[in-house]
Design a protein around this ligand. Structure first.
Ligand code: C2E
Ligand code: SIN
Ligand code: SIN
Ligand code: FE
Ligand code: FE
Length: 406
């Protein structure tokens, strides 16, 4: 009888793990994949908090965090965009886990055996007021044994919410899932890099701009969307899926600049009216790349590329165009308000904010005061006023993103 119960219990866990793996395999962007993996690992181990570090340039780069005690669930959160790395060596728990490939199970971070090679760094607890007790670290390795990162789970909880050591089950089940998770992470990183490379082709020619602009616009857009979607009380799963897609699609907003000549793209001064008219075609050129409508990512990418220079109160560009494949057509009659797809309204705000923050070949960076003043002034004109509200509500997150991708 006991055995039977054990098996049912184990079965439920395995089914849940398999379901999660299936869901992760549908996600595209690395941040959403990390969120899902951390969620599942914390559910399996009943832990309060967790962090994922990814291997980058032979270091462990902080990449994702959950903390039920410190952060509100499913809300935009500046801590996600912290920017630091830990060396892969014996000095830290995660460094040691990466170095040796062995999971570490620590009962109390403040009472570790003096024989352990690594030390617990209490800085984060000191700053945040959090109390780290139990820690479980898991190396994230693909089936080919390639290390992609380390997951650190913190404070396993019992039924009454007290921190307890991580159980044998946690040590068994979380690693079971780690290989699949690692493969998904590798794929997510590859997707992100593929997009950055694609954008480099478009932006390489503009030497002041690199992947950083693209990453910022993607992250701003994803967070503004989440704030908007929370307000509209959309289903949590729907929000996660759309956020995943909007982040990638927003990164591609200017991909149509590949079709614009160097002379215009790199011009150090102000564009003439004629040159500006040519520049406007980057919206249509971009949209043509996503003419295929088989995936939601293609659809949203096309909506964003085509409409990210439309204005809430009209007229932006290119306006209503019957067939974007037709050559030599004039710009269309103006679109406005909700005729402009939501994802494009969001990206427009993110793009202009970022363009104003940055130095361009044709202009200096603005101060925050000037930028915020302009955005406020343009609320209801250039920008959807509700999105401007969302933007200001998460401005601390926006600043954290800007600091992360410099
Ligand atoms: P971008 O530099 O990424 O700018 C994106 C959008 O941010 C602009 O769309 C505009 O709405 C806003 N923006 C950027 N700088 C300023 C500014 O100084 N003042 C104001 N009020 N808004 C600003 P827009 O105007 O449709 O331009 C699209 C793209 O065309 C720009 O992308 C840039 O690549 C190019 N571009 C626009 N004007 C010039 C120019 O005078 N010289 C050169 N070389 N390129 C320009
Ligand atoms: C223009 O309207 O010619 C360009 C606006 C700008 O990006 O400065
Ligand atoms: C979208 O998900 O971007 C479309 C939804 C809308 O325009 O309201
Ligand atoms: Fe653009
Ligand atoms: Fe842009």
């Amino acid at each position: 009888m006991t055995n039977f119960n054990m098996n049912t219990y184990q079965n439920d866990i395995i089914v849940s793990i398999l379901q999660t793996i299936e869901e992760i395999n549908h996600l595209k962007d690395v941040d959403t994949i990390l969120d899902k993996i951390l969620y599942e690992a914390r559910k399996l181990s009943r832990s309060d908090a967790g962090t994922i570090f990814l291997v980058e340039d032979n270091q462990l780069k902080f990449s994702y965090v959950h903390n039920d005690t410190l952060f509100k669930k499913d809300e935009s959160n500046a801590a996600l965009y912290s920017n630091y790395s830990v060396p892969i060596n014996e000095g830290s728990i995660v460094g040691y886990t990466a170095l040796t490939g062995d999971p570490q199970n620590i009962e109390d971070a403040y009472q570790m055996s003096p024989n352990t090679p690594y030390h617990f760094n209490p800085d984060y607890d000191k700053k945040s007021g959090y109390r780290t007790t139990s820690i479980l670290t898991i190396p994230l390795k693909t089936f080919e044994n390639k290390l992609v990162g380390v997951m650190q789970l913190i404070n396993a909880k019992n039924d009454s919410g007290q921190s307890i050591p991580f159980s044998i089950e946690s040590q068994t089940y979380v690693p079971l899932f780690a290989n699949h998770a690692s493969v998904a992470i590798e794929r997510g990183v590859m997707n992100r890099e593929l997009i950055l490379r694609m954008m480099k082709m478009a932006e390489l020619r503009d030497p002041t701009e690199t992947g950083a602009h693209v990453q910022r616009v993607g992250a701003y857009s994803a967070e503004i969307y989440q704030q908007w979607a929370n307000r509209h009380k959309l289903d949590k799963k729907v929000i996660k899926r759309n956020k995943d897609i909007i982040r990638l699609a927003a990164m591609l907003h200017d991909v149509g600049k590949v079709g614009i000549s160097d002379f215009i793209l790199k011009k150090p001064g102000k564009l003439s009216d004629q040159e500006y008219d040519i520049m406007k075609w980057h919206t249509v050129y971009g949209a043509r790349l996503f003419i295929n409508t088989t995936s939601l990512l293609d659809t949203i990418s096309r909506e964003i590329a085509l409409n990210h220079h439309e204005k809430w109160s009209g007229p932006g560009y290119p306006g209503k165009i019957e067939n974007i494949l037709t050559e030599n057509i004039a710009m269309g009659t103006p679109k406005q308000g909700e005729e402009i797809p939501l994802a494009a309204r969001i990206t427009s705000l993110a793009d202009v904010f970022d363009a104003l923050t940055s130095k361009r070949s044709y202009k200096e960076a603005w101060t925050d005061e000037q930028i915020l003043g302009t955005i406020e002034k343009e609320s209801g004109k250039q920008f959807d006023p509700e999105l401007v509200d969302c933007f200001f509500q998460i401005f601390d997150v926006i600043k954290a993103i800007r600091a992360k991708y410099q």
